[in-house]
Design a protein around this ligand. Structure first.
Ligand code: HEC
Length: 254
């Protein structure tokens, strides 16, 4: 129970941060009923913030017998999402599905969610295995969002170092991979969603309402990249439309 309280706190803290971002409404939340055995693995602290950060949707963890908009169980029917701890786990929705709960279910059974499930480890070992891909979600995903604005923002903020498009070919620094090369990684979306937490970016990146201000004793070494989560969303929409570099051929981008 103490563990569950911690999870609620962690998710609440994260969403508290998110809700200070303009444009994300308070009502974007739903309750997820989870059995204790799953809650105790630490899996939810790993999984849920990744979804909430991307969507601004807050998930409140409740016990598996409490009223909820989405329920995880080892029942016989529902959408299979992963196996682990000797069981297959399914998600069920009540008769009137909640749109945020459905979005979470689709995210969890899509490419990103399934990779996130597989990547979770406890004591150095994989705990859960994502269910097989659903037949209906095939093909590359073009993310919604303002891709045109995303390209402009990427040129402005990332083009100092990365080759974002042809126009930034000459102005970039050699040690940064081009966007086309990074787009060819199967987990490109996860990397871009979290870029601000991945080196070298934390030293110079500020995302409104998400990152902490720089330590006074360690100011940004370069003109900081300052942006919002909405800007990042637009950049993701742009990147989803970049044709991946063919890594089989000699790389022409660097
Ligand atoms: C000051 C230079 C600089 C700027 C500005 C910059 N990056 Fe980077 N970025 C790098 C370097 C260098 C690497 C390679 C790090 C490595 O290989 O360890 C990198 C790596 C990445 C990666 C891969 C990270 C990983 O660990 O897989 C992503 C994604 C990325 N950048 C996205 C962005 C986005 C989006 C922006 C703009 C909003 C941006 N970067 C701005 C220098 C920069």
């Amino acid at each position: 129970m103490g563990c569950r309280a911690l999870i609620v706190l962690a998710v609440a803290l994260l969403s508290g941060i998110l809700f200070h971002t303009p444009g994300i409404a308070q009502s974007r939340s739903f309750r997820l009923g989870v059995p204790d055995v799953i809650a105790e693995t630490g899996f939810l602290q790993y999984l849920l913030p990744r979804f909430s950060l991307k969507t601004g949707i807050r998930i409140e963890i409740v016990g598996d017998t409490a009223p909820s908009e989405l329920r995880l169980s080892d029942g016989a029917s529902g959408r299979a999402v992963f196996s682990g701890l000797g069981k297959t786990w399914v998600l069920t929705t009540p008769d009137e599905p909640n749109e945020h709960a459905v979005r979470f279910r689709d995210w969890l059974t899509g490419d990103i969610g399934r990779r996130t499930v597989d990547a979770f480890e406890a004591n150095g070992k994989q705990v859960f295995t994502a269910a097989l891909k659903q037949e209906d979600d095939s093909g590359p995903v073009l993310l919604s969002g303002d891709a045109v604005r995303g390209e402009q923002l990427a040129v402005l903020h990332c083009g100092r170092c990365h080759m974002v498009n042809e126009a930034t070919r000459l102005s970039t620094i050699g040690s940064s991979p081009s966007f086309a090369v990074m787009r060819s990684f199967t987990d490109w979306q996860m990397r871009f969603e979290a870029f601000f937490a991945l080196n070298p970016h934390p030293a110079f990146t500020l995302i409104e309402g998400v990152t902490e201000p720089f330590d006074i004793s360690r100011p940004s070494p370069i003109v900081p990249v300052e942006m919002t989560l909405e800007d990042l969303d637009a950049i993701l929409a742009f990147v989803s439309r970049i044709p991946p570099a063919d890594l089989g051929a000699p790389i022409q981008y660097q």
